[in-house]
Design a protein around this ligand. Structure first.
Ligand code: DAH
Length: 344
């Protein structure tokens, strides 16, 4: 009996050691320790033993059962640990692999140009003002010396909301609004970037919506030479230190005298090319000395104060600076176009 049990224990333990998965262990457990297994058989047959032998064999059978169980459990634990390790190894991440690049957008070129212009003028003591895009007839025209029926209104046909409300055709109404805020006391020194709207046919250089930047400087003794100096500084800072400007006489109802301002051609440097139509100059903005009637309507005494104003098109500046040939590129949201304005 004793030998039988010892042999069973050795056999079972050898099988446990050989087993390579949990299923095999379960089979061994059933085969040796199950109800129909040899150890149960031994225990069952104990009735036939003498009273002296019975406890010894019982004790021994229990020891064998315990030894096999322990071995099974050890092996089970080891197999489970191995399984976890294998899984970890299989699922491990290589942290040294390069990551997938994140797609980063870029600032719209018009935003970039507006910010650049703001920087330049802030450097000369200007601050940034704003006004509404839906404007009254009074601020858009009347307060700028463009009374009803004035022929110059034709050049700025607009989108009307009511007879008296329209989408502003230029940023100049911010001049009138700003003057009112200052209640007749200078100095006023602002620029105003913003969207403007005109009932225009859209083509490579025209759009029914575009952007302007307005400038206004009112103080005692502001002269035309101040206007020229400020604009020349702007041209050099924005386009480059070799830029020259030239003023040509023009007409705007809100300035007197009025000028068109040209910069030397950014493409050919002034030698003459297709872009400047061989003239060497490119028109970039309108400007002039604020008309005394405009000062007066804005609450400023024209005998004490004088000032200059200017207005420029943002798209035009951007097209010249970056060599863009069609204004519609700005509004079509083509990723290939926008991507070129990413900062390095
Ligand atoms: N408002 C004018 C336009 O849209 C541009 C302009 C010209 C603005 C002369 C000014 C100025 O302030 O003095 O065509």
């Amino acid at each position: 009996m004793q030998e039988r049990l010892e042999a069973l224990q050795a056999e079972a333990i050898a099988k446990v050691e050989e087993a390579s998965d949990l299923k095999a262990l379960q089979e061994i457990r059933v085969a040796y320790l199950g109800k129909k297994g040899p150890i149960t058989e031994v225990l069952r047959g104990m009735g036939k033993l003498s009273a002296e032998e019975r406890p010894k064999v019982g004790q021994m059978a229990n020891d064998v059962r315990a030894a096999i169980t322990e071995k099974l459990e050890q092996k089970e634990q080891r197999l489970e640990e191995e399984a976890v390790e294998q899984q970890l190894a299989a699922e491990s991440i290589d942290v040294t692999l390069p990551g997938r690049p994140v797609q980063v957008g870029s600032r719209h070129p018009l935003t970039g140009v507006v910010e650049h212009v703001e920087d330049v003028f802030m450097g000369m003591g200007f601050s940034v003002a704003e006004g509404p895009e839906v404007e009254t007839d009074y601020y858009n025209f009347e307060a700028l010396n463009l009374p009803k029926e004035h022929p110059a209104r034709d050049m700025q046909d607009s989108f009307y909301i009511t007879n008296d409300l329209l989408l502003r055709t230029h940023t100049s109404p911010v001049q009138a609004r700003t003057m009112e805020k200052y209640e007749g006391k200078g100095p006023v020194k602002i620029i105003c970037p913003g969207k403007v709207f005109r009932r225009d046919d859209d083509d490579a250089t025209h759009s029914h919506q575009f952007m302007q930047i307005e400038g206004l400087y009112i103080d005692e003794n502001v002269r035309m030479s101040d206007l020229k100096g400020v604009l020349e500084t702007f041209a050099k800072k924005f386009f480059g230190p070799d830029q020259k400007i030239r003023l040509r006489p023009s007409f705007f109802p809100f300035t007197e005298p009025s000028v068109e301002v040209d910069i030397s051609c950014v493409m050919c440097g002034g030698d003459g090319c297709r872009v400047c139509k061989q003239s060497g100059w490119i028109e970039v903005l309108g400007a002039g000395m604020v008309h005394p009637r405009v000062l007066e309507m804005g609450g400023f005494d024209p005998n004490k104060y004088s000032g200059f104003a200017f207005g420029m098109g943002v798209e035009r500046l951007a097209m010249l600076k970056y060599g863009i040939d069609d204004i519609r590129h700005f509004y079509t949201n083509d990723y290939r176009f926008l991507q070129q304005f990413k900062r390095a």
